[in-house]
Design a protein around this ligand. Structure first.
Ligand code: ATP
Length: 328
């Protein structure tokens, strides 16, 4: 696996592609992160899966995926690197066979019954194990990119159906935008994008793998029930600094006391509630407007020596949006 850090190679390839001709032989796709503005989780069913109801929105922090078409029958190749702008790079220590984007590629090939040979390069900005759905975002972008590169003509619903077995965030991330997500993640109810959502993502140097957080949640709340009404009410009223809630926050903080301490210190420092995204470790606050978000991010960076990134609902980055390509 390519562990090179940096984007020089990525942008060099893309410029070459832009100039290189008429055939669509490469494509460049954005993979935006998601934020859980509300997350209610129930006790697991007999299959061990947790039902959820959540309000999710994609934000304009994104990974970049580049796909170059290879001759039919060539083995596909993958490189996962950190983008030079990445604020919280960590070891890329999972095998290609476990990479969600590679698995989505294979699931699509199985579904259509033929190979789709590509060279794929993912330049990551979204922290790993951060509760921002980075791996799932890469997988969603892979499906959109292949669909476009090979003119497969699959609808977002069909792509979401292919993606669903790979993870509960995936159907939502195939669609992006803002939605109430329920069931095991497969039921998506689209909402108007919260245009006014300005948030600050705070990225501690803590990885919160999803499995152990759910395990701790089961210990803490064995009789948990999904509160869909609470999620719906909150989504209807729109985001404000106090409103986000997350049933996994307590479990993530219980498992990682340093995250709980940081959350408390940040709350004291900025005078606003600090929320946990997904299973952590990303913390976030909702700011009243863009200016306030920028100032709060600067304050947090300087006082806590932590990456703090102002983001907004995905006005600038949409799932599967083609940002450079040939023959589009
Ligand atoms: P979630 O919000 O779904 O819990 P997360 O941000 O906590 O997501 P991810 O970064 O999506 O977690 O993925 C965590 C793990 O998934 C990694 O440690 C790695 O083992 C595996 N993984 C597989 N493919 C990828 C990928 N393309 N990017 C990041 N992680 C991946």
């Amino acid at each position: 696996m390519d562990r090179t850090v940096g984007s020089a190679m990525v942008s060099g390839v893309a410029v070459g592609a832009y100039l290189s001709g008429i055939m669509r032989d490469r494509i460049h796709v954005q993979a935006p992160a998601k934020l859980n503005l509300a997350l209610s989780v129930g006790a697991p069913g007999a299959d061990g899966m947790h039902p959820i109801s959540g309000w999710m929105a994609t934000v304009d922090l994104h990974d970049d995926l580049e796909l170059v078409r290879l001759p039919t029958g060539y083995p596909s190749r993958y490189a996962i690197i950190w983008h030079e702008e990445a604020r919280r790079p960590s070891d890329i220590d999972w095998s290609i066979s476990r990479d969600l984007a590679a698995r989505a590629h294979q699931a699509l090939e199985r579904r259509i019954g033929r190979g789709l040979s590509v060279q794929a390069k993912i330049a990551k900005r979204i922290p790993v194990g951060g509760g921002l759905g980075g791996g799932s975002a890469d997988a969603a972008a892979m499906l959109h990119g292949l669909n476009r590169l090979f003119d497969l003509g699959l609808s977002p619903d069909e792509l979401a159906d292919i993606a669903a077995p790979l993870g509960s965030d995936l159907p939502f991330l195939v669609h992006g935008g803002s939605a109430i997500v329920s069931g095991l993640g497969e039921r998506i109810e689209h909402l108007p994008e919260p245009a006014a959502l300005h948030a600050v993502l705070i990225l501690p140097a803590i990885s919160c793998p999803t499995g152990p957080v759910y395990g701790r949640f089961d210990d803490l709340r064995p009789d948990a029930r999904v509160d869909a009404v609470r999620v719906r009410t909150l989504a209807a009223s729109g985001p404000n600094p106090d409103s986000p809630f997350n049933d996994l926050a307590e479990a993530a903080c219980d498992l990682h006391p340093e995250l709980a301490d940081l959350r408390a210190s940040l709350t004291d420092a900025v005078g606003l509630p600090i929320h946990v995204s997904g299973s952590g470790s990303t913390l976030f606050l909702v700011a009243e407007d863009e200016l306030t978000g920028g100032l709060l991010a600067e304050t947090i960076e300087s006082r806590f020596d932590l990456p703090a990134i102002p983001v907004r609902a995905s006005g600038g980055a949409r799932v599967g949006e083609i940002i450079r390509g040939t023959g589009d």
